[in-house]
Design a protein around this ligand. Structure first.
Ligand code: ADP
Ligand code: MG
Length: 682
């Protein structure tokens, strides 16, 4: 039997057990994996935009020499060599001190890479060394740097890749169909793999990257979309047969009329529930748009059809709040509902688990406590996750797996820019509530410098005098919850002193015990505390309509979407509400961000801005965003490719020939849609 690209890496001569294990840890199992283990950077290619380089950072810049090198002498033994390079469209000056001997390496019009220290203000580089020219031996200019680990050095990886390429390159699968290769002018994957590992010019590396990214995105989109297509096929999912009349009656009994947008999404969701297909739906709605009631309707429908449902939320406070409002709706209807969190007492927990398992409970609301091993359902029909971006993909999957293909609804108040949503969540249907309940008074947002904090406190006091309540959110210290707490405590003390006996101030932070947090939150809800000083633990979901003022300290440390979430804690009642951003931003973007906050209340606009100004990681606030991790592609930077791949994938999965035409055979194999058979594989 001949060699195969799916051979284990252990077939390579110098890979023994130890190296194999080390490679496995890096996700490299087969020869193809190894060849797809691309360098995460190249020693000497400066991929950064000039504007992004930090002042005094050591970098390598590559460009064309556009001026003769001039040596000038100063002092008895000192000299300075200067010349200019053009990089992209910028001309920068480069100076070497006391290395005048480099002069003959600098040839007008030739490409040159220089390693040195960047001066951001002067847009100049103080040279440390010259890394070679295009005419010289250039292989070293582009040394590939690999992700490695304790068991294997990155130099070894490079050697193995070289060997694997030599022996197997003719077996590298070409997944992107020829018609798309031509359409997007992509090189072959074989060439691209070479260009990724062993580039000799920036152009080559760029072309390689283009192909690799397109392939990566195309495979991803095809996977999502063919999965979705399969799930949509009738007969795959549960049929939740609720009684339409009962559901209508329930909706009519709600304390308010649903908005048009709410009615639309309720229809979309309930249709999904009823159909024998599997629901996989993302419900997006700005803060305060009324997602909870939509969830309640879905929960009711499910209980009505004698299925169980679970509502998972990221914090205990939120879970309790949902429990409170949902019990009000469900208790009179004999829909049995319970709350399960980390602080549920052992005995109570045991009863709840029993009732879940024997089907006595209809609805369970909870935090991560719901995904513990010993939680079993009798007939789980619907899983809802609120603020879904707070959960990792795995956590959501664990809950889902507690049933047999239950319908799934994700809710989020972090509006994902539309384009990004359809592209990255290609496997989901998306419902959008794009309208706020009538009668909301827009929140007035202002931005003030910290030196005006007294004025802010006075303003707050005027609101407190009207019987309203206020939140004060404390600075966020990245990486240090302890510092967050210290800050919150400081501000709490300041405010307590300022309002003295006139108003009660409460403190809430992440290091407090759940019971303490709950108590403080209760006091605030019952208006026993006028002011609540808090870290961002209240960020999501908290609903206290009597609170009308939101003060956010050090607001420039937060992402726009996060600020918007925080601001959404006020403006929930019928009183005029205010959001005051206290910040001293230094940078242009910092100032711009504060201004945008004062100008718009539209979460979609803000998330798009956020994406533009800070990137996707910040938009979702954590690595667990559920956004896919691509090896090479970047969903923001390579968005054009992602979008193109999505469109092509849609065409392919809907093309009846896709499953039969031999020209898509390789693609089908890579997607696991076709058996890998000995005879015809490669
Ligand atoms: P979010 O989408 O941020 O989770 P909530 O579900 O907490 O929003 O709803 C915010 C507030 O609006 C709640 O007090 C809720 O009772 C109220 N609400 C929801 N829908 C409507 C509606 N159609 N008319 C009036 N008030 C509504
Ligand atoms: Mg909510």
């Amino acid at each position: 039997m001949g060699k195969k690209i799916y051979d284990s890496v252990s077939v390579l001569p110098s890979v023994g057990q130890k190296r194999q294990e080390a490679l496995n840890q890096l996700g490299v199992f087969t020869i193809l994996d190894l060849l797809s283990h691309f360098p995460f950077r190249y020693e000497d290619i400066q991929e950064k935009n000039l504007l992004e380089i930090e002042d005094q950072e050591k970098v390598t810049l590559k460009g064309n020499v556009v001026s003769e090198a001039v040596v000038s002498r100063f002092g008895p033994k000192k000299n300075r060599l200067s010349f200019r390079l053009i990089i992209e469209h910028a001309v920068i000056s480069i100076t070497f001190f006391n290395q005048s001997y480099l002069k003959n390496k600098i040839v007008l019009g030739e490409e040159l890479a220089v390693f040195g220290k960047w001066d951001a203000k002067r847009k100049s580089l103080t040279g440390i060394k010259i890394l070679g020219t295009s005419s010289g031996d250039s292989t070293n200019d582009f040394e590939s740097i690999y992700k490695a680990n304790k068991g294997i050095k990155q130099k070894t990886i490079f050697e193995l890749v070289k060997k694997a390429y030599q022996n197997y390159h003719e077996l590298i699968p070409e997944n992107v169909p020829n018609e798309l290769k031509e359409k997007y002018r992509l090189i072959s994957h074989n060439e691209a793999v070479y260009g990724m590992h062993f580039p000799t010019s920036q152009e080559q590396s760029k072309q390689a990257r283009r192909e690799v990214i397109f392939e990566e995105f195309l495979l991803y989109q095809l996977k999502l979309q063919s999965l979705r297509k399969k799930q949509k096929a009738a007969g795959y999912g549960l049929q939740i047969k609720y009684d339409v009349k009962d559901l209508r009656r329930f909706i009519a009994s709600l304390p308010f009329e649903l908005t048009k947008a709410q009615k639309r999404v309720v229809n979309e969701i309930c249709t999904d529930l009823k159909e024998p297909m599997h629901m996989h739906r993302l419900l997006q709605g700005d803060v305060g748009s009324g997602k909870t009631i939509v969830a309640a309707i879905a929960l009711f429908a499910t209980a009505n059809a004698k299925y169980q449902s679970a509502l998972m939320v990221p914090t205990e406070i939120l879970a309790e709040q949902h429990m409170e409002s949902l019990s009000q709706l469900f208790d009179p209807l004999e829909v049995r509902i319970a709350l399960l969190t980390g602080s549920t007492k052992v005995k109570e927990r045991r009863i709840i688990l029993e009732e879940l398992e024997n089907g006595q409970l209809d609805i369970i609301i909870g935090t991560h406590a719901l995904i513990q091993k010993d939680v079993y359902f009798s007939r789980l029909g619907l899983v809802i996750t609120d603020e879904q971006h707070r959960f990792g993909v795995n956590q959501r999957k664990i809950l889902r797996d507690k049933g047999k293909e239950p319908d799934v609804l994700f809710m989020t108040a972090t509006p994902i820019p539309r384009t990004l949503a359809i592209t990255t969540y290609g496997e989901m249907d998306v419902s959008i509530i794009d309208e706020l309940p009538a009668g909301r008074i827009p929140i007035e947002t202002t931005w003030t410098r910290p030196k005006n904090f007294e004025l802010t406190l006075e303003f707050m006091e005027r609101q407190l005098r009207l019987g309203s309540q206020a939140y004060v959110i404390c600075p966020l210290i990245e990486e240090s919850e302890t510092l967050d707490v210290k800050n919150a405590t400081d501000i709490y003390e300041k405010l307590s002193a300022y309002y003295a006996t006139r108003y009660q101030v409460g403190l809430l932070h992440g290091k407090m015990k759940s019971a303490e947090k709950e108590q403080v939150m209760h006091q605030f809800k019952e208006n026993k505390l006028a002011v609540l000083v808090s870290t961002t633990v209240i960020e999501v979901g908290v609903n206290v309509p009597n609170a009308t003022t939101m003060v956010i300290y050090d607001a420039d440390r937060f992402g726009l979407s996060q600020l918007h979430q925080l601001r959404g804690r006020v403006g929930r009642g019928h009183k005029e509400s205010y959001c005051i951003l206290v910040a001293n931003p230094k940078s242009e973007t910092g100032i711009e961000r504060m201004k945008i906050m004062t100008e718009t209340l539209d979460g979609f606009v803000l998330s798009e801005k956020d994406l533009e100004l800070r990137g996707a990681g910040d938009l979702f606030g954590s690595k667990q965003s559920g956004l896919p991790n691509f090896k090479v592609g970047d969903i923001i930077g390579d968005f054009g490719a992602l979008e193109a791949a999505r469109q092509e994938a849609t065409e392919l999965v809907n093309n009846p020939k896709f499953m039969i035409d031999p020209k898509y055979s390789q693609l089908r194999k890579s997607l696991g849609l076709e058996q890998l058979s000995e005879q015809n594989f490669n």
